[in-house]
Design a protein around this ligand. Structure first.
Ligand SMILES: *Cc1c(COP(=O)(O)O)cnc(C)c1O
Length: 358
């Protein structure tokens, strides 16, 4: 491996974060969310590592589920959190032992007209305020009634998703919980509401199944980045310094001359760019970590490289490792400088980045 752009993934950190989620709601079962390749951390490896712990895995689609099954994740039930996209996928549910979510009328019709060999478990989604997937009030009651009567269904879990659980000031989450409780008979059916933010801050939402995603990977689900100290970052993204040059004050750096040297200074080039998934939106001042100190990006991110300010970096040399985020710089801090969230940064990491597991 010549170009040393690597993501080191600490599986033990993911386990630690998992156990932390579990400890916040010990009576709940845990649906470990591994959709989108476990938020870029590698779904197969993560799912294998948590196999003795997780009660279920949450994925986005049958393709993601089948990939896990074919790589030996054969015991843990897999939840399709958006359900199926076409009727032909119903046969995969029995074949691969999947649990589908029913979020729409077509999904409901397909399910009720399919011949299963034995009754299946399902989740039914209620739109308690998110305004995205799920049945609204009367339609939800109607769907649940039909499903309760059907002989095709074994256990049914009532599910909803929060739109604003990461914002502790918002009243939406309490409203959504109230709406959910009013419409769902939680005595008859199990319930699942909480994503990471709700697991950490909205205890009344925990109920039967919690659905931690981002917290497993050690990033804060909160918009104000609180409670980070409780989580251990799982991914450390780094590359190496490949050039060091001195410039006079007034010289500009990189595309569009965005950064202009304020004084005579040294600029380093690091072998990582948006072709590796490092966001092109990273502004000047986005932190990076090298030789024990924090410094920052100076100039636009290129496809294969970034340029950094070496002014206060002790003894920089070609080959020095540069951390983009990990143990010294939180991905959340980087995300803020890119006007995005860690979820997007993680899931944009490309194939070109060499992944290793510790
Ligand atoms: C992605 C997802 C989650 C996990 O959300 P986090 O904020 O990452 O914890 C939970 N539930 C559903 C339905 C999801 O799609």
């Amino acid at each position: 491996m010549a170009r040393q752009c690597t993501a080191i993934i600490n599986l033990n950190a993911i386990k630690k974060n998992y156990l932390y989620a579990k400890s916040l709601s010990p009576q709940s079962k845990v649906i470990a969310v591994v959709k989108a390749n476990a938020y870029g951390h590698g779904a197969i490896t993560v799912a294998k590592y948590l196999e003795d712990d997780a009660d279920l895995y949450g994925v986005a689609c049958t393709e993601e589920a089948i990939e896990l099954r074919e790589c030996g994740i054969d015991k843990t039930p897999l939840l399709l959190m958006e359900g199926i996209f076409e009727e032909s996928e119903l046969k995969l549910i029995e074949k691969y032992n999947l649990i589908t979510t029913i979020c729409s009328q077509p999904q409901l019709d397909w399910l009720l007209s399919f011949d299963f060999n034995k009754p299946v478990d399902i989740f039914v989604k209620y739109d308690s305020g998110m305004g995205r997937l799920g049945f609204q009030d009367e339609e939800f009651i109607h769907a649940v009634n039909l499903l309760e009567k059907s002989k095709k269904i074994n256990n049914m879990t009532m599910m909803t998703h929060f739109s604003n659980a990461d914002n502790l000031e918002s009243t939406s989450t309490s409203k959504q919980i109230r709406k959910f409780e009013n419409i769902v008979n939680t005595k008859t059916h199990a319930s699942s509401l909480a994503n990471s933010a709700a697991i950490m801050k909205w205890g009344q939402s925990h109920m039967d199944y919690i659905r931690p995603g981002i917290m497993l990977y050690g990033s804060s689900p909160f918009s104000d980045k609180s409670n980070l100290d409780k989580l251990t970052p799982a991914m450390s993204l780094s590359s190496s310094l490949i050039s060091i040059k001195s410039f006079k004050a007034g010289h500009s750096i990189g595309y569009g001359d965005r950064y202009v040297c304020e004084q005579d200074m040294d600029i380093g080039v690091v072998a990582i760019g948006y072709g590796d998934g490092y966001p092109r939106s990273a502004e000047d001042g986005t932190p990076v970590f090298i030789n024990g100190v924090k410094t920052s990006i100076a100039g636009k991110v290129s496809m294969d490289m970034i340029t950094i300010d070496l002014t206060n970096v002790p003894e920089p040399k070609i080959g020095d490792r540069v951390e983009l985020f990990g143990n010294n710089i939180s991905v959340d801090e980087v995300a803020e400088h890119c006007k995005t969230i860690s979820y997007e940064i993680f899931t944009q990491i490309t194939q070109r980045v060499y992944k290793t597991y510790v």
